[in-house]
Design a protein around this ligand. Sequence first.
Ligand code: ADQ
Length: 475
Amino acid sequence: MNILHLSAECYPVAKVGGLGDVVGALPKYQNKLGIYASVVLPFYDRKFTQENALEQVYLGSAELGQKTFDFEVLKETHDVLGFPLYLIKIPGLLDRSEVYSYPDETEQFVAYQIAVLEWVIKTNFKVDVFHCHDHHSGLVPFLIQHSRKFNALTRVASVCTIHNGQYQGWMGWNKFYYLPEVDLSQTGLLDWGGCINPLAAAVKCCWAYTTVSPSYLEELKVNSNGLEFLFELEQHKGIGIINGIDTDVWDPATDAMIVSNYNQTNIKLGKEANKIAICEEFNLDAKKPLVTFIGRMVLEKGADKLAELIEECLSQFKNEVSFLILGSGDKVIEEEINNLKLADCAVVIGYNEALSHRIYASADFILMPSRVEPCGLNQLYALKYGTVPIVRSTGGLKDSVIDFDEENGYGIRFEELELTQMIQAVKRAIDLFKNQKKLNQLRQLMMGLDFSWDQSAQQYINLYANLISKKNDSI
Ligand SMILES: Nc1ncnc2c1ncn2[C@@H]1O[C@H](COP(=O)(O)OP(=O)(O)O[C@H]2O[C@H](CO)[C@@H](O)[C@H](O)[C@H]2O)[C@@H](O)[C@H]1O
């Protein structure tokens, strides 16, 4: 079975958030399970592409509207990631350093998708399933069905995974001419709310779509930035598969980025050593419970509530708790948090992968007050590192964290994004920290949980197999 993953991100080539983590891991685990999974990304001029051997496997050209563009397909020579990695390089369009936020992003991602399909057809690259991640490759299921140019691929299955339904890749109909000739009777499939909506088109045209947790599958029907009705209509094609974690990268026993490695048996000492080091670095008191937040500072993550919460906690629970915050995103939120000049609170604005590992290993608690959380990887990493998650009960957080007051529970949950509930959750963390025996029992329990990719990777494989066998039945 040959699967081609299409994505804008893939760790460690290019990661902005959790999409990168998933696409950097899932294909590796799928290959271990005996299928042949590859990834095709836009080319980025970054550390990974500068430092690894890349060979040209295809040189071609295609049209974006009236313009012809040349493109190269490069393959990373040694499969260092555990799967074949292909990169689409288009001079002047896909050869830059950043992943997102260029003014011609639409042109970038449309050209990427056209180039991928062109390359697959011209080289007879064997694909049984196009696995499209988020809106950046959302036009592919439509194009292979309704564009004559790609009709050699009509019978290739397509699966679309929604990591984040809030972003949909909207483009005006004035850019319709970027697409190759398509069946004009089918253009309604591209439309949602009067513009071309690649995520909506993917959901309508794919053979199956998945969400990154079962709860998120349900939530999209009531909260998906305008697509609620669509998710209701197409629910028969939907399935929720929770993300896993890549234990080659995220394991405190082997993690080369942390100060002191540890496992379930020496967790107390291990966490202590990491905590002492980080508290020294950030001038915090290692004797106090350390609560962290790591992530994108955006409304989705509830980051706008952090500044007020920290101020309140440090005033109500004076000298009883400390905070270490790492993130970047919305400039207003960044500034609000960065302006907190308080003892017992350290803030790092920016993206720092190595620091994030050190924080997972040293913090006692990780706060995730998300408004929306399709899966959430931070809580899964935290569990693996024996760090108690404090989460709002939503999406994947609800599916992966059981409150420690419940049977076999280990985390702290609250329902509403409301200051009093959040303060109460932090208070429970402080009380738990005072009971070191209980805290260590919970740490042992958390570290023993299995959120590895093995099971979820298999669920995707079962889905592909189902789709392929249905296709064969229908021939
Ligand atoms: N400033 C910073 N420095 C270092 N590391 C940082 C960082 N900010 C974030 N990270 C890292 O980025 C990742 C974020 O993971 P999330 O699951 O929160 O992803 P995100 O919301 O981007 O993705 C979407 O896709 C993923 C994958 O499906 C879903 O889990 C999620 O719910 C959904 O919103 C983690 O590895 C985290 O450690």
